[in-house]
Design a protein around this ligand. Structure first.
Ligand SMILES: [Fe+2]
Ligand SMILES: [Fe+2]
Length: 170
């Protein structure tokens, strides 16, 4: 545990920060697995473009899990040790792919990103001016989640437009 590092945290209980981060940690692992399995089962038009995006996002979520775990340890906490705990701590849950069509898969992922954005915005708000280091880390992650939502939405819009223009030519 970083003694001096933690002594600069003011106005919020460290245990409260650890609890919030562990919930986000559960979200990141579930998001990682969601992207992993989506990239495997996805079907349909322009699926290669979607797979590239899903795999890249999955890699980012794993990197986020790493960043959050390191911060929890710095704070003297323990990242969740058992995957069973992911489901009891998660904010955003897990969107099991039911329909493997590209647009449905992208929709599921967009929902996940929107939840991640709300989660990190809320953590940032809670630690702002209190825990500078956590604020910095969650701000970096938040910027990635905003980019993820935008990437998925842009791809989904492109696919929908393409399908519409094909229909006009039939
Ligand atoms: Fe993430
Ligand atoms: Fe994300």
């Amino acid at each position: 545990m970083a003694k001096r590092g933690n002594s600069i945290i003011k106005g919020i209980e460290i245990s409260e920060v650890i609890t919030m981060l562990n919930k986000a940690y559960a979200d990141e692992w579930l998001a990682y697995y969601q992207y992993f399995i989506e990239a495997k089962v996805i079907k349909g038009i322009m699926k290669d473009a979607a797979i590239a995006e899903l795999e890249q996002h999955g890699g980012d979520e794993l990197r986020h899990a790493n960043m959050v775990a390191d911060r929890i340890l710095q704070l003297g906490g323990t990242p969740l040790l058992n995957p069973k705990d992911w489901f009891t701590h998660t904010n955003c849950g897990y969107e099991e792919p039911k329909d493997f069509d590209v647009v449905s898969i992208l929709e599921d992922s967009i929902k996940g990103e929107q939840c991640a954005i709300s989660t990190y915005a809320s953590i940032a708000e809670s630690v702002k001016d209190k825990d500078i280091v956590t604020y910095d880390i969650v701000s970096q992650i938040l910027a990635d989640e905003v980019e993820h939502e935008e990437d998925l939405q842009a791809l989904s819009d492109d696919i929908t437009d393409f399908v519409e223009s094909m229909k006009k030519h039939i």
